[in-house]
Design a protein around this ligand. Structure first.
Ligand code: TMP
Length: 215
């Protein structure tokens, strides 16, 4: 697979979705074909799973929650990400498996090996070439994004969201070749310039297994 796989990660309220969109636009301006997706979602099945996952009226165990995120991811990887990479396109994905490590692993406290195993099962080894982790030092954005949170995950406690942010920091520390932390403070344009600088200077990585399993 010859394309490029870029994921954008971070806690709540860091401007991730805006930056994913701006990055995709800028890459298109350079003549690249870019596929923009978000997790959970990006497929008809994934979009319906997303509705369940984010519905504040729904309750489920942490393990069920993890499995549903992985189900949406499996569908997105198999039907959108791998085909796009195979066509040599660039995939920009708003969240990917690091979110399960941070939210379900660090946030919910699920076993790290379980999360790793299910991440691998859902993606069959497809790994981002580059992950941009947006980080805000101030707790203000987090407080704003989570106070009276509109969806089931946002409505979690401040402690939960702090654990998630710690989780992301631990991932970045463990995988410095893939995960680059970008300061998300300042204007949208300032952050976009930082993101663009990272994308321009990051060497291509190993985003995919050689053979995608058909079953
Ligand atoms: P979004 O608001 O960035 O679209 O993401 C939806 C929510 O789902 C967000 O609160 C983070 C959460 N999430 C997880 O808990 N685990 C995951 O694996 C993913 C992809 C998202």
């Amino acid at each position: 697979m010859s394309g490029q796989f870029i994921t954008i990660e971070g806690g709540e309220g860091v401007g991730k979705s805006t930056q994913a969109r701006l990055l995709a636009e800028r890459l298109r301006e350079t003549g690249s074909v870019v596929v923009e997706v978000r997790e959970p979602g990006g497929t008809p099945t994934g979009d319906r799973v997303r509705e369940i996952l984010l519905d504040p009226a729904v309750t489920m165990s942490a393990r069920t929650e993890l499995l549903l995120y992985e189900a949406a991811r499996s569908e997105l990887t198999a039907t959108v990400i791998v085909p796009a990479l195979s066509r040599g396109e660039i995939v920009v994905c708003d969240r990917f498996f690091d979110s399960s490590t941070a939210y379900q692993g660090y946030g919910r406290g699920l076993n790290a090996d379980l999360v790793r195993t299910l991440n691998l099962a859902a993606t069959a080894g497809v790994c981002p070439d580059l992950t941009i982790l947006l980080r805000l030092e101030t707790g203000e954005a987090l407080r704003r994004a989570t106070t009276g949170g509109a969806d089931r995950i946002e409505a979690e406690s401040l402690e939960f969201h702090r654990a998630v942010i710690e989780g992301f920091a631990a991932i970045a520390e463990a995988e410095p070749a893939r995960v680059v932390t970008v300061d998300a403070s300042g204007t949208v344009d300032e952050v976009a310039a930082r993101v663009w600088n990272v994308v321009g200077t990051h060497p291509a990585g190993e985003h995919a297994v050689d053979e995608w399993p058909q079953s």
